[in-house]
Design a protein around this ligand. Structure first.
Ligand code: SF4
Length: 498
């Protein structure tokens, strides 16, 4: 075992006039003394190449929650139990480019008597992007429409999920397949989103957005508040019993599936009398209508702002004067109560308290609207060489769950199938975890944790493994320390690195 010399690990090569060549990415900056390279991640400090951001260590308490312990008593303070509860993240660790070198840190540790190894690096991801989940009913734009940042195409609209609109931002085509400006703006947008910052986006033929991980989306300048309780049909099913006896008909307006109570199976089961009010659109199944209007930012994600316009006709043989009708959106933010007059025309009326309570209950059952940012990337490429001489064995070991993959300590979801295609919630990582290189590509921390014998079996660079205490003694004082998130699984815990 050897103590890593991070400068040597980065593969710096000194040139004339104190200039240092950085080979931590394909840009190969020549950095003058006292200056930083193009990405600001590396600098020339007295003729040595140094990583400008501190290594990030995460600490946990025995209870599982995070607690940062002051580093005040010298390197020995990291010995023993404290070291055992410290995790070396890839943040600030450096990269392995051009990838034949071992990872910057290969940390040998022990967990409950089991010898473990954590391979720690920063990956350069040309194949990466984010999936944005935007909790809103409002129509943000047609599926496949281009999403722009500062006028440049950086992604597209994908499917609507249940109460959310998904956007795909980034990906290798935007990073490399368009103009240089498109690639750079895409990279900046991804970096901001992964850095938990607010980003302005505009969708062709759709809305303008301000999105930020963990915050409410702002659609066309208006902060979204509620994530709908369900589609129109589900809303009918959930609240049918509570409406029964207080109204004679309910129409829940929804761009996807508008629900009509007395036609719906829920109303039938309750023995409700048919109301004879036919809504526009295509009848799918009883009480469930598709395409009642165009998508928009009106009621229930439609373009409807005059809710009675959803009614196609009222059957004079079935409806009756005095029929009590409630129209509501799937969030309860929009609602109208009407009573049919003698000509069977719906006339808006004061909403009775009992009905208003049901509308309030819809709102109560809506969760706060948020933006979720999942970083998605392929780690199946060359960075695996920093872990092992035989990369496919790492891929297989990850698939066999012999290796736990984390990013800045946050558990990564690994897609089935080939390669190591992963996703991680950016809110699970410490701040300032991501960087970039101007190729352009994103730089993200990644750690592979496993039993020592697993690492040996997959052809790992075992000769470069360094005891955790030595890493902490060498780098602990200058490191940035972050608390381990309560509830997040410890990478070396049983059930992960078996
Ligand atoms: S862009 Fe950054 S990582 Fe790449 S060579 Fe320059 S300083 Fe090094």
């Amino acid at each position: 075992m050897m103590t890593p010399d991070r400068t040597a690990t980065f593969g710096a090569r000194e040139c004339d006039e104190g200039i240092v060549r950085c080979d931590a990415c394909p840009v190969l900056c020549r950095i003058r003394p006292g200056r930083a390279g193009a990405c600001s991640r590396y600098a020339n400090q007295d003729g040595r190449l140094v990583r400008t951001d501190p290594l990030v260590l995460m600490q946990r308490t025995l209870e599982g929650g995070g607690k940062v312990v002051p580093f005040a008593e010298g390197a020995n303070a990291w010995d023993g139990a404290l070291a055992a509860d410290t995790f070396v993240t890839g943040i600030g660790s450096g990269t392995t480019y051009p990838d034949y070198k071992p990872a910057p840190f290969i940390v040998a540790g022990e967990h409950e008597g089991v010898d473990t190894v954590t391979v720690v690096t920063e990956g350069i991801f040309s194949y990466c992007g984010v999936k944005l989940k935007i909790d809103t009913d409002r129509h943000l734009g047609p599926e496949t429409a281009t999403v722009r940042a500062r006028g440049e195409p950086v992604g597209h609209v994908t499917t609507a999920e249940y109460g959310s609109q998904m956007l795909s931002i980034g990906g290798v085509r935007h990073l490399t397949g368009g103009s240089k400006k498109e690639g750079n703006v895409t990279c900046e947008t991804l970096l901001s989103l992964c850095g938990k910052e607010a980003v302005e986006l505009a969708i062709d033929g759709g809305a303008t957005l301000t999105v930020q991980a963990g915050r409410a989306p702002i659609v066309n300048g208006r902060p979204e508040e509620r994530m709908r309780v369900g589609c129109g049909s589900a809303t009918i099913g959930i609240f049918a019993q509570q409406w029964h006896g207080h109204v004679d008909e309910v129409i829940v307006v929804d761009d996807h599936i508008t629900g009509v109570l007395t036609e719906h199976q829920a109303g039938r089961c309750l023995g409700m009398r048919p109301a004879g009010i036919r809504v526009r659109g295509r009848r799918s199944t009883p009480g469930r209508y598709f395409q009642v209007a165009n998508p928009g930012t009106g009621w229930g994600g439609t373009d409807i702002t005059e809710p009675l316009s959803i009614i196609e006709n009222i059957d004079g043989k079935t409806a009756w004067p005095g029929l009590r009708l409630l129209l509501t959106s799937t969030t309860g933010e929009d609602a109208l109560y009407c009573v049919l007059d003698e000509e069977l025309r719906p006339v808006p009326a004061a909403m009775p308290d009992a009905v208003a309570r049901t509308v309030g209950r819809i709102g109560e059952n809506c969760e706060p609207a948020l933006t979720t940012v999942l970083f998605m990337a392929g780690a199946g490429g060359s960075l695996r060489a920093g872990v092992t001489e035989n990369p496919v064995l790492l891929t297989r070991s990850v698939k066999d769950m012999l290796v736990r993959v984390t990013m800045g300590g946050a558990p990564a979801f690994i897609w089935p199938g080939g390669g190591i295609t992963l996703m991680v919630d950016v809110l699970g990582l410490p701040d300032a975890a991501f960087g970039y290189v101007p190729t352009p590509a994103l730089v993200a921390p990644i750690e592979f944790t496993m039993r020592r014998e697993v690492y040996a079996a997959l052809g790992g660079h075992t000769g470069h493994a360094v005891p955790l205490a030595e890493v902490l003694a060498a780098y602990g004082e200058a490191a940035r320390r972050e608390p381990w998130p309560a509830g997040s699984p410890w990478p070396a815990a049983p059930g992960s690195a078996r």
